[in-house]
Ligand binder design. Structure first.
Ligand code: DGY
Length: 326
């Protein structure tokens, strides 16, 4: 009798029925509540047979996890970011890591544009102003144009390119800084390259779009906020810990920058007593960059397909450590 590969599914929301059926047709599925560690929730004999897992950044993929799942061959992350994964440990344990790039570019770019408009035109406060009846006592304070201003991108990857194209529709000049220059983006006229300090000094809107890793943790802090214009806005849709949040709060309180639009924070979910929640020059979102029906569906499809491919000998579309496959 041939035994079917066993996989672990640990997601914050249920997988669409048809995608779950695709997995169930090939594999035995073990469900694990999102956030639980297999070693705490599953007996050793069940863990021993697990060859693949479908997870989100809520699950850590580290040395302990791989020791508790000794048969693990592939971890399919339903997200583009993989800061939840210790890639060096995965390579040591020969665990292929897959993710979901590209399909979420537009959705994340839309949130960047939304945050920018909320900040410059004070749209969130404007809504409260009308609802409270304050309008009957006088007009809403004037806000700021974004047209003709400079949009600076820290990071020029797949999402950065879509953001650059989107903000060009607002007649903005787009600059970027990236570890590697993106000649193609420059040739396409999407953005012009500047050094890192110039990016911070000249941007009217500065958008952080770099992945979180040991090198980028807290890489934007007091020094960078000190270089920014006091009229500038900062937007972060990448990962909260890329910014030094305490330094950001100081910069916002001290008027070093005009405001911040944050879809991601160092602690998620953000507690209501965070100083960020009481700052009037901050617009907050609940890590929703990719959270539309259409985009989450596309991410789930890709993550499921990556897992099926990897376990059935087909080269997956999106791998973080492809050298392991090759
Ligand atoms: C991603 O895909 O990395 C999004 O931030 C969702 O976690």
């Amino acid at each position: 009798m041939t035994t079917r590969p066993r996989i672990l599914v640990s997601l914050p929301v249920a997988l669409p029925g048809d995608l779950r059926a695709e997995l169930a047709a090939r594999f035995d599925i073990v469900d694990l509540p999102c956030g639980s560690r297999p070693a705490d929730a599953l007996p050793a004999d069940v863990r021993a047979g697990i060859q693949g897992q479908l997870i989100t950044p809520h699950s850590r993929v580290d040395q302990d996890l791989m020791q508790s799942l000794p048969g693990l061959r592939v971890s399919s992350n339903c997200s583009v970011g993989y800061d939840n994964v210790d890639v060096a440990a995965a390579n040591r344990h020969k665990v292929l890591i897959c993710n979901t790039p590209n399909v979420l570019n537009g959705a994340v770019a839309d949130v960047v544009v939304g945050l920018m408009l909320c900040l410059a035109r004070n749209l969130v406060a404007g809504d409260a102003f009308v609802r409270s009846g304050a309008w009957t006592r006088g007009p809403f304070p004037l806000t700021h144009d974004i047209r003709g201003k400079t949009f600076g991108l820290l990071g020029m990857g797949r999402i950065g390119r879509v953001v650059a194209r989107s903000v060009q529709a607002f007649d903005m000049k787009v600059t970027y800084h990236n570890r590697r220059r993106d000649d193609e983006a420059e040739t396409l006229g999407l953005a012009s390259y500047v050094d890192r300090d110039t990016l911070f000094r000249e941007a009217d809107v500065l958008c952080v779009l770099i992945p979180l890793n040991a090198e980028t943790r807290h890489c934007v802090g007091a020094r960078e906020f000190g270089m920014m214009k006091p009229t500038a806005y900062l937007i972060n849709t990448a990962r909260g810990a890329v910014l030094d949040e305490a330094a950001l709060i100081d910069a916002l309180r001290g008027g070093k920058i005009a405001g911040a639009g944050l879809d991601v924070m160092e602690t998620e979910p953000l507690p209501a007593d965070s100083p960020l929640c009481s700052l009037p020059n901050v617009v907050l979102q609940a890590h929703v960059g990719s959270a539309t029906h259409e985009t989450r569906r596309a991410m789930s499809e890709l993550a499921v397909q990556n897992l099926i491919d990897a376990l059935t000998g087909v080269r997956p579309t999106a791998m973080v450590n492809p050298e392991l496959w090759d």
